[in-house]
Design a protein around this ligand. Structure first.
Ligand code: PFF
Length: 457
């Protein structure tokens, strides 16, 4: 185990807020609504909830266990806990996932910067829903402008990463997260009072079970993993900075509840407006960007509202890109004994190259597809729908079958000082339910279950 003294988060609130900062981001406010819209609404939401409770929460607690026990980065943790074994592949999967996610996440984060700029120059007011849609497509399929914002966002993340864990992450999260929450609530109120808002609420909350198929289930699972930042060791890295007295189970529960709440608020903010302004819920990655400006235009001083909102969204994205970057940087820094600043630079350069290609894949490189997906969609697909659930499954199998129950319980109860009433339930879900369910969802999506069924008919 590392004997180096590690920095830890300063306060209890700091722990929760920094972890919420990592979990809450574009995944909740940009990806959740567009996935819900593309996958049929309420039925997707229902499966998403089930995934959060049955898979997300157990995986998160398990990552906290690994991180604080080993006090190492995602890949190093397994070298410490299972030396000389292949379990460290879980960590490598996470480090690569961090790279790939940043490869498209920075592009969307860059879009928020463009919207901040547009709000500042008052270019968002007075447009119709069609005009917002047209202008977004024009902008995102362009060459220099979206790349410029993508690079700028990457540089911002880089600067915070090299300025240190505690100062950068904790300070930003503490102020901005509560403010974002407040803004979401206000925007929800505006959205549900728009004409025809009830259609949007119905779409979000009244399930149509005929919409459920294997791809909807895989998407909901992917969204749960992506949104909670689990399955790739991000929370292993974060919890390696937790203090000895941090209550791991309680922190996991709080982070999960807050993250899910933000996603639901985002849904309530978007869908009534989508239906009210006649936008297609299946619009895809642009959904939030073409919907929200319409809502702002319905508010007095709409320009100011959009400015503050996109700044907050940008900060929520930043606290997530910091955490993603940290996974890769901590790995390179600790495992290759490289200076932290140099490690961060390598990561930033790699991520920027991916970012340029995924931004261009919205426009001039649209025709170049991988398995039928643009580069942007491909990075999103392999991370959220494959690498994160696979990582989560392996984390559960490792801890479930390789770690002594007593060691697990001792760490999760802070050596018996904080009771864990549902420990056995948690252990059952972590050891059996989560790995089997994730495995079945994979098999189903690959069409293997149908083949097996056909075999017995
Ligand atoms: N959970 C973040 C979001 O919802 O935007 C994205 C993310 C951050 C995913 C960190 C994975 C991760 F490790």
């Amino acid at each position: 185990m590392s004997t180096k003294k590690r920095v830890t988060f300063g306060s209890k609130l700091g722990v929760v807020l920094a972890t919420v900062g990592c979990a809450v981001g574009l995944g909740n406010i940009w990806r959740f609504p567009y996935m819900t819209g593309a996958n049929g609404g309420a039925a997707f939401l229902l499966i998403y909830f089930v995934c959060i409770i049955c898979l997300g929460l157990p995986v998160m607690i398990t990552e906290f266990f690994i991180g604080r026990k080993s006090r190492r980065n995602a890949a190093g943790a397994f070298k410490v806990m299972a030396p000389g074994t292949k379990w460290s592949l879980i960590g490598y999967n996470g480090v690569f996932a961090a790279f790939f996610i940043l490869g498209f996440y920075n592009v969307v984060a860059g879009w928020t910067l463009e919207y901040i700029y547009q709000a500042l120059t008052n270019s968002l007011s007075g447009k119709s829903a069609e005009e917002f849609q047209r202008d977004f497509t024009l902008f995102s399929s362009g060459i220099f402008r979206p790349i410029f914002w993508t690079v700028l966002f990457g540089v911002m993340t880089h600067v915070i990463i090299v300025s240190g864990v505690k100062k950068g992450i904790e300070r930003a999260s503490k102020i901005m997260m509560p403010l974002l929450f407040l803004f979401l609530v206000i925007l929800c109120v505006r959205s549900v009072t728009l004409p025809d808002a009830s259609k949007g609420l119905e779409f979000l909350f009244k399930p149509d079970f005929s919409k459920i198929n294997s791809s909807v289930v895989l998407s909901a699972m992917g969204q749960a993993f992506f949104s909670l930042s689990i399955g790739m060791g991000c929370l292993i890295t974060y919890s390696s900075y937790f203090g000895k007295d941090t209550n791991l189970q309680k922190t996991a529960l709080e982070v999960t509840i807050l993250d899910t709440l933000v996603a639901i608020l985002a849904g309530v903010m978007i869908f009534p407006a989508v239906f009210s302004f006649g936008i297609e819920p299946t619009a895809g990655p642009e959904l939030v960007f073409i919907t929200l400006p319409n809502v702002f235009n319905q508010l007095p001083m709409g320009g100011l509202w959009s400015l503050i909102f996109f700044i907050l969204l940008g900060v929520a994205a930043l606290t997530s890109t910091i955490s993603l970057h940290e996974v890769a940087t901590a790995y390179v820094h600790e495992e290759y004994h490289m200076l932290r600043s140099r490690a961060a630079l390598w990561v930033s350069v790699g991520v920027l190259i991916l970012g340029v290609f995924s931004s261009l894949s919205m426009g001039i490189l649209k025709e170049y597809t991988i398995f039928g997906l643009t580069f942007f969609d491909f990075l999103d697909y392999i991370t959220a729908k494959i690498m994160l659930p696979l990582g989560g499954m392996m984390i559960c199998i490792y801890v479930g079958f390789r770690v002594d129950r007593k060691i697990l319980k001792a760490e999760l109860t802070n050596e018996g000082t904080t009771p864990f009433y549902f420990f056995n339930t948690y252990a059952f879900f972590m050891k059996y339910i989560a790995p089997i369910a994730i495995g079945l969802i994979f098999l189903n999506e690959l069409g293997l279950i149908k083949i097996i069924q056909g075999f017995f008919e």
